[in-house]
Design a protein around this ligand. Structure first.
Ligand code: NAD
Length: 302
């Protein structure tokens, strides 16, 4: 298939790489120069999103936020200018479910189908082609694109119509944020009490409190490795979607709001680009205790 990929950052680059590896003819565009490794796999670098849409039958976007998707699709030299009837646009970014419905309608008016297909699994999942993909849109377009999704992910679900994929992703981000907060509180408590947080994490991994977040983010908290991964500013964007959506729906999400405040505190400490496990640093400021402090103090001096 002739496949287009727009947005070649932390996620898009390895995802596009899997499509090239699978033998598809790949046309790529990013506002930054296309990564050499993709060109080496045979991808053609285009000069605009419009050119990608002219050359490809299925066009993927993987850019940071709603305004970036809007620019890539409907801005000058955008996808909409290059589309012809029968093509499919697949947005894999995590963006507003409400704007997504409007984007889908505009693409439909050009005689093309639209799928919203945000992902979970992070950079690790993108590289390992093991992403969870949550899709909204028409059945027929989903069936056409599914073989390509299967090159990038494992758990692929058509949730419903346009917007439902993005709604599912917002739900996912609520669970992830609140779980990071819970793991952070637990390890902070254990550390302040004098236990070795690495051993506490290891012990909890076998029981009911075990989770992927305890495993991956808990380890980052213990090892103090806060390079992204998933940047706090991106998670702030997702929780904004949750909180503004909740306001529009008239529902209360009290702990989502708390997690957003903790991310805001990190941002105020210069941490917008920390990995989201860095939320624990805001908790540490409140506790005046850093995970591992007690334990390190008890280590023999060198
Ligand atoms: P990123 O910032 O690393 O990459 C985004 C890329 O889009 C950049 O290379 C940027 O230059 C490009 N871009 C921006 N505007 C553009 C435009 N108008 N036209 C063409 N290219 C444009 O971000 P990322 O981490 O790859 O995340 C992308 C999306 O995936 C976000 O919506 C994010 O929330 C979501 N996501 C990220 C992760 C993660 O762990 N990083 C996990 C799940 C979902």
């Amino acid at each position: 298939m002739n496949v287009g990929f727009i947005g070649l950052g932390i996620m898009g680059r390895p995802m596009a790489g899997h499509l090239a590896d699978a033998g598809h003819t790949l046309f790529v565009y990013d506002i930054n120069p296309a990564p050499e490794d993709l060109l080496a796999k045979g991808a053609t670098a285009c000069g605009s999103s419009r050119e990608v849409a002219q050359k490809a039958d299925i066009v993927f976007t993987m850019v940071p936020d709603t305004p970036h998707v809007q620019a890539a699709l409907f801005g000058p030299n955008g996808v909409a200018e290059g589309l012809s009837a029968g093509k499919i646009v697949v947005d894999m970014s995590s963006i507003s479910p409400i704007e997504t419905k409007a984007f889908a309608q505009r693409i439909n008016e050009l005689g093309c189908d639209y799928l919203d297909a945000p992902v979970s699994g992070g950079e690790v999942g993108a590289k390992a082609a093991s992403l969870t993909i949550m899709v909204g849109g028409p059945d027929k377009a989903f069936e056409t694109v599914k073989p390509l999704f299967e090159k990038m992910g494992k758990n692929i679900t058509l949730v419903g119509g346009n917007g439902d994929g993005q709604t599912t992703k917002v739900a996912n981000q609520i669970v992830v944020a609140l779980t990071i907060e819970a793991v952070g509180e637990a390890l902070l408590f254990a550390s302040k009490a004098g236990a070795d947080p690495a051993k506490v994490r290891q012990a909890l991994m076998g029981g009911f409190a075990s989770s992927r977040i305890l495993e991956v983010h808990g380890e980052r908290m213990v090892k103090r490795t806060f390079d992204p991964g998933f940047r706090i500013e991106l998670h702030q964007k997702d929780l904004n979607l949750a909180l503004s959506g909740a306001r529009a729906l008239g529902v209360s999400l009290p702990n989502t709001a708390t997690c957003q405040e903790l991310f805001n505190a990190c941002a105020a400490q210069g941490g917008k680009a920390w990995d989201h496990s860095g939320m624990v640093r805001a908790l540490e400021l409140l506790a005046n205790h850093e995970i591992g402090q007690n334990h390190r103090v008890t280590e023999p001096a060198e």
